[in-house]
Design a protein. Structure first.
Lengths: 553, 175
């Protein structure tokens, strides 16, 4: 196999003493920062990005792979030992993981999470090795219309499918596109939204955007609502699992991997849906369904594996098509761009050594993570008790440092503050942050592909449909947009006891397969422009909020 | 005839109460206007005359933002809302503490503006110290010590470890 030879070459590149050291530093720092409460994987990667500035490309990518997996593992440790995670992909882990920790089985929860992450990460990275060249082979023959269609698909997916409110997702997307607009137009060199400011003509650095939205926005938001006193953390020893735990874990790991990888690999991204599906599947298949809700180990093993497998899966569209579909992937694109590397099908041809070294270092990072984290878990648990004033002051410290170091411009810190305020606003009003960053990164690229498509056809918009893949993608988009509300409307009309029941009757696992997480569904019904854009919602609003009742207050 | 009108007015007020998200809709509309004006001012040159000039995409974005603003405003007025983000250290039961938020924003602003004069070490140590105090730390000496250690450590870490020179400012020659 050709890719295996290339992979071996990647391993021989990555397995030098120096590179192993970089991987080790990456894993340690990634986990340490990721464990800190309030810091998700995306923020971990964004905050640690400046560290890789001075390294060579290979070294920094290897360190990055460590940070990537370390940050994710750190996040699940936090959700098991602290509950109420900030990161959407760890929400499901917290359901059973925290219950296990409270019942004195924290060591087992951490162990099944760590080993499950390792198993899923390794298998999914293996899948990446085989899938990526296949995708590249197809992608290399695609023209601008197909790329344009896939970007539209990514936009629709991140802004309307993943969030709880479509209108807010779209608004976030357009704000992101606006940020991406700033600077000189790539084709004609005309300044757009630069307001005569020469420092803006190069556009806003993606690192600054990421740090502002994820670190500053989050820190300001938490500062406004800082909980008094540190929440109780559960002390934990070195993770270990008994024979029974192994027996109950290995199948969920494999199932989680199978569920997680494809969801990551399609450019609709996000670990929320696969982790949730894995949880539901484990609950149905478990021999101890009564333990779910009280700390069932399957409920940690499956979703954790799904989370890691989908994270490896996101690397497929990222590396082969240049499409970031999660926040962490978006920040990774920024890291690539630092070195003038533009992920896409050509990357596998122009920089094969680099790509395969990166993939090899994912395997290495994953293994180091397992070797380090089992013995170090008690230390990580101690990090959870860091006094919050120092923690968030430190986040602001490193955020400003990262923004400044991105271009050695104090001007960047002002942009950081402005976009940080935007991030605060997004959290306050429940606007998803992911579409902002994806829009800012992909916007300029999408414009380029659109122009290229139209140039070939001399301006005829029919050119956008000139490739079969583009047509298929648009059809899927229409299904995405029309499907869920239509199914709901039909179900309400024919399936249930008439319209009086309203959308509220929709609950339980069968309804949740539509991709909206269960906890957001209850709020959705208030939103006429939310996920349920059917005639029913308007009626429900009137029922829920009687006018007379409001006037009386 | 006065009774219904006052009732309507108080109804309007009740409707506006707790609808601060309308401000977001206004902001979206404002950004749309800025883009529209900026795009209208793009000079028409020979280069622009290609199939698709630099105005097309900004125009689409401006229209999209405008539509989002309108739809959001209608949605909010009809009672739509999304949940604010929750997290480990967030207590949503208390109201936003604005002095802390604006204090932190001010500190970052001061840090940015004084960077060339004070230099990285003094500025960032003050940023950390001020932020920690604003966030409720009452260990006045400890917080300062940590801030200084962090700033000096980062400075030397960048210079020696990464080869990146951060501005020394007032401490030029000392560090």
């Amino acid at each position: 196999m050709d890719n295996l030879t290339l992979l071996m070459e990647g391993f021989s590149n990555a397995l030098t003493l120096q590179n192993l050291l970089f991987a080790l530093i990456g894993v340690l720092l990634g986990t340490a920062v990721g464990v800190l409460p309030g810091i998700g994987p995306a923020m971990t990667v964004a905050l640690l990005l400046p560290l890789t500035y001075a390294l060579d490309v290979t070294g920094s990518l290897i360190m990055f792979a460590g940070i990537y997996y370390g940050g994710m593992y750190g996040g699940s440790t936090t959700s098991i030992l602290l509950n109420t995670p900030g990161e959407s992909s760890s929400v499901v882990t917290a359901l059973e993981g925290n219950k296990m920790a409270k019942a004195g089985r924290g060591a087992q929860a951490l162990a099944t999470a760590a080993i499950g992450s390792f198993v899923a990460g390794t298998l999914a990275t293996g899948a990446l090795v085989f899938v990526a060249p296949f995708v590249v082979a197809i992608a290399i023959g695609l023209g601008a219309p197909s790329y344009f269609a896939m970007m539209v698909f990514a936009f629709v997916a991140v802004s309307t499918v993943l969030g709880s409110s479509r209108i807010r997702g779209l608004a976030s997307l357009f704000i992101g596109l606006t940020i991406g607009l700033v600077g000189l137009d790539g084709t004609t060199g005309q300044p757009r939204l630069t307001f005569g400011q020469p420092l803006l003509s190069g556009g806003i650095d993606v690192v600054v955007i990421a740090v502002a939205l994820f670190a500053v926005g989050e820190a300001l938001w938490i500062a406004a609502h800082l909980r008094h006193g540190t929440p109780a953390t559960i002390p934990v020893g070195v993770p270990w699992m008994g024979r029974d735990d192994w027996k109950r874990s290995w199948k969920p790991w494999l199932r989680g991997t199978v569920i997680g990888f494809p969801f990551g690999a399609i450019p609709a991204g996000g670990a929320e849906i696969p982790t949730f599906l894995s949880y539901v599947a484990e609950k149905k298949l478990s021999k101890h369904p009564e333990q779910f809700g009280h700390g069932a180990i399957e409920g940690v093993a499956g979703p954790e594996a799904a989370n890691n497998a989908s994270a490896a899966g996101t690397l497929v569209p990222l590396l082969t098509l240049g499409l970031p579909t999660t926040a962490t992937a978006a920040v990774m694109i920024a890291a690539f761009n630092q070195y003038g590397i533009h992920p896409g099908p050509l990357l596998f041809q122009t920089e094969p050594v680099l790509v395969w070294t990166l993939i090899a270092s994912l395997f290495i990072g994953n293994t180091l993570l397992l070797a380090l984290n089992l013995p170090l878990a008690p230390l990580w648990a101690k990090l959870l008790r860091i006094p919050r004033p120092y923690l968030y002051a430190g986040i602001l410290f490193f955020a400003t440092l990262g923004a400044y170091a991105a271009g050695m411009q104090t001007f960047n810190i002002l942009i950081l503050l402005l976009l940080g305020a935007l991030g605060y606003m997004a959290r306050r009003f429940g606007f998803p942050v992911l579409p902002i960053i994806v829009g800012a990164i992909l916007g300029p690229e999408m414009e380029r592909q659109l122009r290229r498509s139209l140039q070939i056809s001399a301006g005829d918009p029919a050119a956008l449909l000139s490739e079969p893949l583009a047509v298929v993608v648009y059809a899927v988009i229409v299904l995405f947009l029309v499907g869920p509300p239509l199914v709901k409307a039909l179900r309400r009309r024919f399936g249930r006891g008439g319209p009086t029941e309203g959308p509220r009757s929709g609950g339980g696992s069968s309804d949740d397969n539509d991709g909206y997480s269960a906890d957001t569904e209850s709020t959705v019904q208030f939103d006429a422009f939310g996920t349920q854009t059917s005639d029913g919602s308007a009626r429900v609003i009137r029922v829920v909020r009687p006018r007379a009742g409001r006037r009386g207050k | 005839m006065t009774a219904p009108s006052t009732e309507a007015a108080s109804g309007l007020r009740a409707r506006l109460q707790g609808r601060s998200e309308l401000g977001v809709a206004a902001l979206l509309a404002g950004i749309a206007m800025v883009i529209a004006v900026d795009t209208a001012n793009i000079r028409h040159t020979a280069i622009n005359a290609g199939v698709m000039g630099p105005q097309v995409v900004p125009t689409i974005i401006a229209i999209g933002l405008g539509l989002c603003a309108i739809a959001l405003a209608i949605s909010v007025l009809r009672g739509g809302h999304a949940d604010a983000e929750d997290g480990e250290d967030i207590d949503l039961s208390q109201k936003a503490h604005w002095p802390t938020v604006f204090g932190l924003g001010g500190l970052i602003l001061v840090f940015a503006l004084s960077m060339d004069f004070l230099g990285f070490v003094i500025g960032s140590a003050l940023l950390f110290y001020g932020s920690a105090l604003l966030l409720g730390s009452r260990r006045f000496v400890w917080a300062l010590v940590i801030g200084i250690l962090l700033a000096v450590g980062t400075f030397y870490g960048f210079v020696l470890g990464l080869g990146i020179n951060l501005p020394a400012g007032l401490l030029t020659g000392i560090l």
